[in-house]
Design a protein. Structure first.
Length: 551
């Protein structure tokens, strides 16, 4: 009996058996996708958090830059108010002011504070003579103004008095377009104005680093209104200014860039690079001393993924592999159970088929035995005759059974059936029997019927015919007359003269009735004077694999 709980369990797991490798891989894919979705959600939340933090940082950076510019503007406004009250701005007054207000001009990211009077071109020679008489014999305005220039704004004082700043003394800022535009706007509005991107004359780096200036006009009252006396200004190297402003905000993970007016590589004022992977970026326009800058701030992080995402990815990968391994074990067990089930079913099916086949054959054999026993009893003279005849016929059946058992009841060779029944009469006298014919295979039932017929013919020949004398001969030959039918001829010679018996015996009835019925063909049995002759036809087994009966 097959264990029913095992059958039920294996039936429920039949889908595992169909895809023993696909299901573990599918589980791995599902776990991996779940991990990937989790990492994506974490990264999306991290980006949103960083974006909000970046907005806060952007505001902080913008405020820091404007605060630095405002601190310088406050100094320039104070200087403008002071020098507007003075008839002339002397070197001593300027140095004292800068020293008191900005500690020699080295604060707030600027390179210093300078004074540049606004001079008409026609008055430039007299201005240079006055500077020489004041002890500055090497003072000379450069570049020299063009004939159509009306004004010049040479740098007269610039503190602190560093070597780089001293190189800028005498430079006419009004001769350069960007500086002139800022000064004209400052004169027009009467307030501090920042210039666009320039290269400072006193560039301390000796390269093409960008800079800018903030101009504050010094206005004096005249009978005709306000007049611009000159400019107090502050030059800045943009990168130094950005570094100075970075002291006012906390994040060290920000990458920043400042552009003049619009985002363009040619307008880049300063940038602060940070190693890491690009994150979200924000852009904002700033108003610095009446001039527009574009500030770009980008959050940088180390690595492609956030720490939480890396942890999730690591443990998700481990979980995916574990799920795949467990799934593989389960499907392997299900496949093994399925094979056991199939084997048990196969064995049960074979056992049932064998039982049915055995029942069928036993019933046929018992039916034959009963028929033989009944006919033998009617033809027997006494109990000994009955016993001997019945025993011999059952042995004939047994001999055919032995042949069929050797082929697992698949078939029996016609020649072997004939030889097994004639074997008792061939021991020591094989010349009395001659057999010939091709190799023909018979079905089990047909072989048993043929065996009974040959047994009866041989028994009759031994008692009354050719095998009862030494000169007698029996010829048995067979041949195929079609692909599914064979003919067998029995012929005796050399025996006692034969006359047809008046009374029908059991052997004749067995051959002409039982055997003919089983073989489904007529039997031609003749009692000729020279010997008995018999011809019968036997169905030939079709060559195919043996299949057990299903009912």
């Amino acid at each position: 009996m097959v264990d029913q709980p095992l059958l039920d369990r294996v039936e429920k797991q039949a889908w595992f058996h169909k895809y023993p490798r696909g299901w573990p891989f599918l589980l791995f894919i599902i776990a991996s996708v779940t991990t990937a979705v989790s990492v994506m959600a974490i990264e999306r939340a991290d980006r949103e958090t960083r974006r909000l933090a970046l907005e806060s940082s952007m505001t902080e950076v913008s405020s820091a830059l404007q605060r630095r510019a405002t601190e310088t503007i406050a100094l320039l406004r104070a200087g403008s108010a002071l020098f507007a009250t003075q008839k002339e701005v002397s070197q001593e007054q300027f140095a004292e002011f800068v020293g008191d207000m900005q500690h020699e001009g080295d604060l707030y990211g600027s390179l210093g504070i300078g004074w540049a009077p606004l001079v008409e071109r026609t008055n430039l020679p007299a201005f240079e003579v006055a500077e020489a008489e004041a002890g500055r014999v090497d003072f000379l305005v450069h570049p020299r103004p063009e004939p159509d220039d009306e004004l010049v704004a040479p740098i007269v004082y610039l503190r602190p008095a560093s070597a780089a700043n001293l190189r800028a003394i005498g430079f006419d800022m009004y001769s350069e377009d960007v500086r002139r535009a800022a000064m004209e706007k400052a004169m027009e509005l009467g307030r501090p104005i920042a210039s666009g991107k320039v290269r400072l004359v006193q560039n301390s780096r000796g390269d093409d680093s960008a800079g800018f200036l903030i101009y504050m006009p010094v206005l004096v009252d005249t009978w005709g209104g306000k007049r611009v006396k000159g400019f107090i200004y502050s030059p800045f190297e943009a990168s130094e200014f950005l570094d100075s402003a970075s002291e006012l905000f906390s994040s060290s993970r920000l990458e920043m860039a400042i552009y003049d007016e619009k985002v363009d590589p040619g307008n880049l004022l300063a940038e602060h690079r940070v190693e890491g992977t690009d994150g979200p970026m924000l852009t904002r326009r700033l108003d610095v001393a009446g001039h527009h800058w574009v500030l770009q701030v980008r959050d940088k992080k180390g690595g492609l993924l956030s720490p939480l995402s890396r942890i999730t990815l690591f443990f998700g990968a481990i979980a995916s592999l574990m799920v795949m391994a467990i799934g593989r074990l389960i499907t392997k067990r299900a496949a093994e159970d399925r094979r056991v089930l199939e084997w048990l079913r196969s064995q049960a099916s074979i056992r049932d088929s064998l039982t049915r086949e055995l029942n069928h054959r036993v019933k046929n054999t018992l039916a034959n035995v009963l028929s033989i026993a009944a006919l033998t009893r009617r033809r027997s003279k006494d109990i000994d005759d009955f016993t001997d005849s019945l025993t011999a016929r059952i042995r004939a059946l047994s001999a055919t059974h032995d042949l069929l058992s050797q082929s697992d009841w698949g078939f029996a060779a016609l020649g072997d059936v004939v030889a097994s029944e004639l074997a008792p009469y061939m021991e020591g006298s094989e010349s009395h029997v001659e057999m010939s014919g091709p190799d023909i295979k018979l079905a089990p039932n047909d072989a048993m019927s043929l065996g009974l017929a040959i047994h009866e013919l041989a028994t009759n020949a031994a008692k009354y015919g050719a095998l009862s004398v030494g000169e007698g001969r029996v010829h048995v030959d067979w041949a195929l007359i079609s692909h599914d039918l064979a003919t067998i001829r029995w012929r005796e010679e050399g025996g006692p003269p034969v006359t047809e018996p008046v009374k029908r015996g059991f052997g004749r009835d067995l051959i002409e009735k039982i055997v003919a019925h089983e073989l489904k063909s007529q039997v031609n049995l003749e009692f000729k004077p020279g010997g008995v002759e018999c011809e019968l036809k036997v169905p030939v087994r079709v060559s195919r694999d043996f299949v057990l009966r299903s009912h």
